[in-house]
Design a protein around this ligand. Structure first.
Ligand code: UFG
Length: 326
């Protein structure tokens, strides 16, 4: 029988790609989303329940109606800058919201959850690649809320037998390979979508935030992971839980390669064939110079490795998606 999975934030960027991957793997994804940042057009592989993780009754009704086997929890606020200005919003949605999800699960005897976390829980590790055992030292309120939820998952495991996997993403990027869905934040703050908008003439140009970092070309180095690779890792994590994996564990998920802001912009220019203006700006507060994943644990224990996370595939799929939306 088809297994149903409740996907909070299923209408969002990573959530909707996970729904497609779940459907391709034979599950029925039920998206639970208040559409504050998600899009109804992104829900294409199962029903959409319009509901809010801040309303426990919405969660209870969705679980009672669809009787999921497990939960994937994506619903959250994600803008790091906004989290610095309005931490209360982030603690409410990301921490209280996650607590509501866990309590609703417990009431329904549901004990398996895959959680959307971030490499930012590790803060700035200098030149080192990040592994799961790197210290938890979040800097922004956003990252602190994700670290809080990871602690909650571990504590619920000890106290209530909850089984959970936290996936610590590096820079989710690119778009669905078939062009069905892609990244659409409003306002946009991420590097690749902004560069695509600049190439499309939707903005006059763009800025590089800092070229005086201690990195090979002076700009920040990030590890871009194709959103389809990320989605596939969620399906593998879910299968691991359904196979009986107990307790709490975390995995770092990136492409395993660092790319500088300049390299990304050069790739967008090459792929689009447009030479848009780029100006220098001072550093953006809170940016670490370099964040790159060590994928050893994900490869060995999750049996996952990135297939589409080379920079050209990431940028080509993102470009195709943005161009197709004009
Ligand atoms: N950048 C620019 N110009 C822009 C936008 C971004 O130079 O117009 C730079 C940033 O300063 C940074 C890099 O491009 O050095 C990547 O920035 P993004 O905003 O695309 O992504 P971040 O690395 O800041 O953040 C992402 C997610 C967060 C997550 C973090 C984990 O958005 O949710 O990765 O590393 F916490």
């Amino acid at each position: 029988m088809t297994k149903t999975i409740l996907v909070t934030g299923g209408a969002g960027y990573v959530g909707s790609h996970a729904c497609k991957a779940l459907s391709l793997a034979g599950y029925l994804p039920v998206s639970f989303d208040n559409l504050s940042n998600g899009h109804d057009w992104a829900v294409q592989w199962g029903p959409l329940v319009k509901g809010d993780i801040l309303n426990p009754l919405d969660l209870e009704r969705a679980i009672a109606k669809y009787k999921p086997e497990a939960v994937m929890h994506f619903a959250a606020l994600i803008e790091v800058g906004e989290s610095v200005k309005y931490p209360q919003r982030f603690y409410r949605t990301n921490v209280t919201g996650a607590l509501n999800v866990l309590e609703a699960m417990e009431r329904a005897n549901l004990n398996k959850i895959v959680f959307s976390s971030t490499c930012a829980v590790h803060g700035d590790v200098g030149d080192n690649t990040i592994i799961e055992t790197s210290p938890i030292a979040p800097i922004s309120p956003y990252a602190k809320t994700k670290a809080n939820v990871e602690s909650m998952l571990a504590d619920f495991s000890t106290a209530h037998g909850l089984n959970s996997i936290a996936l610590r993403y590096f820079n989710a990027s690119g778009a669905d390979l078939d062009g069905d869905i892609g990244e659409a934040h409003d306002p946009e703050s991420h590097l690749i979508p902004i560069a695509c908008q600049a190439a499309l003439g939707q903005r006059d140009g763009m800025y590089i935030f800092g070229d005086d970092y201690d990195t090979p070309d002076g700009t920040c180095v990030r590890d871009y992971i194709h959103v389809t690779d990320l989605a596939d890792a969620h399906v593998k994590a879910l299968a691991r839980l359904l196979d009986g994996r107990k307790g709490f564990e975390a995995f770092c998920l990136g492409g395993g390669v660092g790319s500088s802001v300049r390299q990304v912009l050069e790739t967008v220019k090459q792929v689009s064939g447009v030479d848009f203006p780029v100006k220098m700006e001072p550093r953006r507060p809170g940016d670490a110079p370099q964040l790159v994943a060590d994928l050893t644990k994900a490869k060995t224990e999750l049996d996952w490795s990135p297939q589409y996370s080379d920079l050209s595939t990431v940028v080509e799929t993102a470009w195709k998606w943005h161009k197709g939306r004009v």
